[in-house]
Design a protein around this ligand. Structure first.
Ligand SMILES: C[S@@+](CC[C@H](N)C(=O)[O-])C[C@H]1O[C@@H](n2cnc3c(N)ncnc32)[C@H](O)[C@@H]1O
Length: 196
């Protein structure tokens, strides 16, 4: 299911968030352990769990989410954690950031949530704000997961490569299990890419 903005606002208000277990995802923790610190962007940051983890680990962090409610929660969680994050309410398809700003972009479930017609614009837009050789870490549901109307798009390796390979070198696409807090566990991919 692809949620519209109104539904997202309601879900954040009600804290009905099947994707949010309050912990940074494992692939991000592994990435941070192996990487240099830089300016990082979290696209579709939700309540800011991954962004706060990045800030606590020495990254200079900006975030963007289309949901005002999500950003309100993220600001309050950031204050509680005592970290300094640049919070923006906005659309990932048209971001208020300068060209070549970021060395790392984290995407924990944003791309697979967008309508297929906006994928090309999304890829161009994240590439625009990334420095050459910057890294992009993306988590999505995989086509190995059986069809389920409650889930967003399920992506094949082929589709991922087709969408991103114009602007990115795909470094890996790894099968993962996505823990669903409400709908159970699902097959997914963790993808690491480098901007060309
Ligand atoms: C599956 S949730 C993941 C949230 C967060 N990354 C996490 O792991 O908890 C997807 C997020 O993308 C945001 N989103 C969806 N479309 C967006 C858009 N066009 N621009 C910015 N954010 C968007 C939603 O509001 C939602 O917070």
């Amino acid at each position: 299911m692809i949620y519209d903005k109104e539904t997202l606002e309601r879900m954040y208000k009600e804290r009905n968030l099947p994707w949010d277990d309050g912990k940074p995802r494992g692939q991000l923790v592994d990435y941070v352990n192996e990487s240099n610190r830089c300016r990082a962007l979290d696209v579709g940051c939700g309540t800011g769990t991954d962004a706060i983890f990045l800030a606590q680990n020495g990254f200079s962090v900006s975030v963007i989410d289309i949901s005002e409610e999500a950003i309100k929660i993220a600001i309050s969680k950031g204050q509680e954690a005592g970290v300094n994050i640049d919070f923006k309410v906005g659309d990932v398809l048209n971001m208020p950031f300068e060209d070549e700003t970021f060395g790392f972009v984290n995407d924990n479930g944003c791309f697979h949530q967008l309508s297929k017609s906006s994928w090309e614009v999304f890829v161009k837009e994240i590439a625009r704000v990334m420095r050459p050789k910057a890294r992009y870490l993306m988590k999505c549901f995989s086509d190995k997961e059986p069809p389920n109307p409650k889930l967003p798009h399920r992506l094949s390796e082929e589709t991922i490569r087709k969408c991103f390979s114009g602007k990115f070198n795909v470094l890996h696409i790894r099968p993962i299990v996505i823990d669903g807090r409400i709908h159970g566990d699902h097959k997914g991919y963790s993808c690491l890419m480098e901007k060309k």
